[in-house]
Design a binder for this molecule. Structure first.
Ligand code: UDP
Ligand code: MN
Length: 360
């Protein structure tokens, strides 16, 4: 961890002048590390508006863009673009790794992007960190658990602790240029979205497909100006938009130090946009005056994690099964058990055989 922090400082010297972070950083392997208390003692004041009751942990980070070509052009050709900070809340479940993989392969096509992946979990997941590192996209991996008090709530503030942690990270690193976008791990993004939001002056908005009853949520635009909103759930919201339906300039956000996102299910977008002093005439409609759908609120069916009954004596290096089930377990997809779950069937020529038949 210490090595990573030093590397980070080397890659990005400006970080040395700003307090590193008040994000608590824990050693992952018991070796020397910057302790959480050292971090708390740094001069930065914890931002109460964004702080979580459960501390955020920095799990891994890279400011290096190791992609040689992006959209068939050398990376250097994109160097003058502003950076998009793409904030992805995510949480452990069977579909987590597949969702993040799919999203990563979209983001790999996007130049000048820093991916903040905030995991709703109380510890760092080394598997996720390795995964993120491998893509070569600059990223920050945070562990930002939902506060305990919401665990039993009927409707949970999904992804809020994560987004708050990401905003806190941006503030602690004094990032006041570029564009902030909240991109959930299960949505579908058209690459045009990124070029549309990149020059956001204050707040840009655009329709999101597959939202609620109308299959759409987004601004109504007249003569290039936003005049209202089409969304089947108003519920008193001044800004009845989806989380994926807007982007904010970080220089504008810096003028609003009270920017925050409440733990209030259904009202996260509305209160966030109120907290940055949004007015109707300020909104920049994107996607050909909000006629195009460049982002979709796709939802993935969640399946329970399963166990496969497969005796541990077969999970050695005689076959791929040991490594395969180790990976599945690391990814949170399924696990092997001596006693539980559906029996593992291995077949050959259309006939199932006991494992001893293959591995003796
Ligand atoms: N999420 C989370 N913790 C949870 C549930 C969801 O961090 O307990 C994340 C999830 O990965 C997604 C975002 O919060 O990026 C919104 O959640 P979800 O997609 O389940 O909500 P929906 O899109 O159905 O409103
Ligand atoms: Mn979703």
């Amino acid at each position: 961890m210490l090595e990573k922090l030093l590397q980070r400082a080397k890659d990005n010297p400006s970080l040395l002048s700003s307090p590193l972070t008040t994000i608590a950083t824990y050693p992952t392997n018991g070796s020397s590390s910057v302790s959480a208390r050292d971090m708390q003692n740094s001069s930065n004041v914890l931002d109460n508006k964004l702080a979580n009751e459960s501390p955020t942990t920095l799990c891994g980070e890279s400011f290096n863009d190791t992609r040689l070509y992006i959209q068939d052009r050398p990376r250097q050709e994109w160097a003058n673009l502003s950076t998009i900070y793409f904030v992805t809340p995510t949480y452990p479940r069977r579909e987590q790794v597949p969702e993040l993989t799919r999203l990563a392969y979209t983001l790999l096509h996007v130049p000048r992007l820093h991916w903040i992946v905030a995991n709703d979990h109380n510890a760092c997941n080394p598997y996720l960190d390795t995964l993120l590192n491998r893509f070569g996209i600059p990223y920050t991996h945070l562990a930002s658990p939902m506060p305990q008090r919401f665990h039993k709530a009927e409707s949970k503030p999904r992804g809020v602790a994560n987004r708050r942690a990401a905003m806190q990270w941006l503030r602690q690193h004094n990032i006041t240029t570029g564009v902030l976008y909240f991109g959930d791990d299960d949505n579908t993004y058209d690459l045009k979205l990124f070029s549309e939001i990149r020059d956001t002056k204050h707040v840009s908005m655009f329709p999101v497909g597959l939202i609620a009853n109308y299959g759409i949520s987004g601004p109504v635009v007249c003569k290039g100006k936003v005049i209202g909103f089409l969304d089947s759930w108003v519920a008193g919201r001044r800004w009845p938009v989806d989380m994926a339906g807007f982007a904010v300039s970080l220089s504008y956000m810096a003028e609003h130090p009270n920017a925050s996102m409440p733990y209030k299910p259904g009202y996260e977008e509305d209160y966030f946009l109120r907290s940055i002093g949004l007015t109707l005439d300020m909104i920049e409609p994107k996607g050909s005056n909000c006629t195009e759908i460049l982002v979709w609120h796709t939802q993935t069916k969640n399946h329970e994690r399963t166990m496969v009954k497969l005796n541990h004596e077969y999970l050695d290096d005689r076959s791929n099964l040991g490594a395969l089930f180790k990976a599945l377990s690391d990814m949170g997809v399924s696990g092997a058990s001596d006693s539980e779950g559906q029996k593992a069937i291995i077949s050959k020529n259309g006939k199932s055989k006991p494992l001893g038949y293959f591995l003796s």
